[in-house]
Design a protein around this ligand. Structure first.
Ligand code: THU
Length: 141
């Protein structure tokens, strides 16, 4: 099967899907709603939103929610990621989410978008830029 090539049309679709997932965010404690979408090599898109909890430590980030759906669907090769947040500037994935993303790929385009009252603020980055010097598990000794 042909591998999907990331282009601006697909990135735009990914942002739209992340925006859609953000609308379903469960964030009654922070009111900070996040949506995420992950595109994989076979052209599938998996979305996630943040899911908060009264026991704050149990909160789930949007990016990890999308990764969980990808794995549950039997897919494993992310090639692009979009994250849509509120705020004046786009939110950047937290450290735990970066660690979870690099489990499946070392690099991919990451599009971060803040939905503001005056329109979108977009920042294009990459996983390699966000997460250099990745931890390697070496159990050989
Ligand atoms: N959050 C995400 O969904 N993704 C991140 O990368 C950072 C933070 C969520 C978790 C929590 O529900 C809210 O944002 C505030 O931290």
């Amino acid at each position: 099967m042909e591998e999907t090539v990331v282009n601006e049309t697909l990135l735009g679709k990914l942002v739209a899907e992340a925006r859609h997932a953000r609308a379903n965010a469960y964030a009654p404690y922070s009111n900070y709603r996040v949506g995420s979408a992950i595109l994989t090599a076979k052209g599938a898109i998996y979305t996630g939103c943040n899911v908060e909890n009264a026991s704050y430590g149990a909160c789930l980030c949007a990016e990890r929610n999308a990764i969980g759906k990808m794995v549950a669907a039997g897919d494993s090769k992310p090639i692009a990621c979009a994250v849509v947040t509120g705020g004046k500037a786009p939110g950047s994935p937290c450290g735990i989410c970066r660690q979870v993303l690099v489990e499946f790929t070392r690099d991919m385009p990451v599009v971060l978008v803040a939905e503001t009252p005056t329109g979108d603020v977009r920042r294009d980055t990459s996983l390699a830029e966000l997460m250099p010097d990745v931890f390697e598990l070496d159990t050989s000794d």
